[in-house]
Design a protein around this ligand. Structure first.
Ligand SMILES: N[C@@H](CCC(=O)N[C@@H](CS)C(=O)NCC(=O)O)C(=O)O
Length: 250
């Protein structure tokens, strides 16, 4: 009998979206458990000894971090493969993944959360949408504390930190606009972990149509201003195209 697989996640998180994309491609039977940012740390620390999601349970084995989870999914469910076969291309795809994971993802998050944290009602209803009314009320009442922790941990408690987030978002969009090959991929001639990583981690600046983590409509004016800033960037076009052509959901 196959082992139980469970993704512990935030629905509105680009690193979690990256893992969900791979799950939707490979389609193993699995369960998804949503946590709320803030109280999540009680669960994540207990499960994995570190605070962040995504975390995946493969039976009794616990794996934290999107790249380690994807590596396990690739080993256990090799079809379709998202690691290029050619060793040099594979190394390049993993290097692009590392660059986006370490350098671009946190900057895009700074950009979008510097805006979202100013929209307490909107963000609380998003983060607690699948909870009871009572839990939603408690979550909203606790939000000033959650927000203070988020601002410090994300590095958006200073103007310089927010500006770095905007510059990093620009760097990520410039990268994909520059590096996409004639077939539309960052590495090799078909979809790889490089494309999935870059598109998911840039999605909060683009909100591509059909994205499972699309922000609820109507979006606050500040969010629209953030998205309008990038809408005409050729990198945003690349993200929209990759989503349209390759982000199937199951
Ligand atoms: N490098 C990690 C980053 C994961 C990450 O930043 N997760 C965020 C959500 S986007 C998180 O759990 N934040 C809550 C916290 O830091 O306590 C990965 O690739 O999975």
């Amino acid at each position: 009998m196959s082992e139980n697989i469970e993704l512990i996640q935030f629905p509105y998180s680009h690193y979690n979206e990256k893992v969900r994309w791979v799950l939707d491609l490979k389609n193993p039977e699995h369960k998804r458990t949503n946590l709320m940012p803030g109280p999540h740390a009680l669960t994540t620390l207990r499960l994995s000894g570190q605070p962040q999601v995504p975390i995946m349970k493969f039976g009794s084995a616990v794996v934290a971090g999107s790249s380690a989870i994807i590596d396990q999914l690739e080993r256990r469910f090799p079809d379709p493969s998202i690691y290029p076969e050619d060793p040099a291309e594979r190394a390049r795809a993993l290097e692009v993944q590392r660059y986006f994971d370490d350098e671009i993802g946190p900057m895009v998050r700074r950009g979008v959360f510097s805006v979202l944290t100013q929209e307490a009602d909107y963000v609380c209803s998003m983060f607690s949408e699948d909870r009871s009314r009572a839990k939603q009320k408690i979550y909203r009442a606790m939000f000033p504390l959650t927000k203070a922790i988020m601002k410090t941990s994300m590095g958006i408690n200073t103007t310089a930190g927010i500006e770095e987030g905007i510059e990093g978002t620009q760097d990520g969009l410039d990268f994909v606009a520059r590096e996409a090959n004639d077939a539309g991929f960052l590495v090799a001639q078909s979809l790889s972990v490089a494309d999935i990583t870059a598109a998911s981690l840039l999605a909060p600046a683009v909100m591509p149509e059909g994205s499972p983590m699309a922000l609820p409509i109507p979006r606050p004016a500040r969010v629209e201003t953030w998205l309008a800033k990038w809408a005409d960037h050729p990198g945003a076009d690349w993200v929209r195209t990759i989503y349209r052509n390759h982000r199937s959901t199951r």
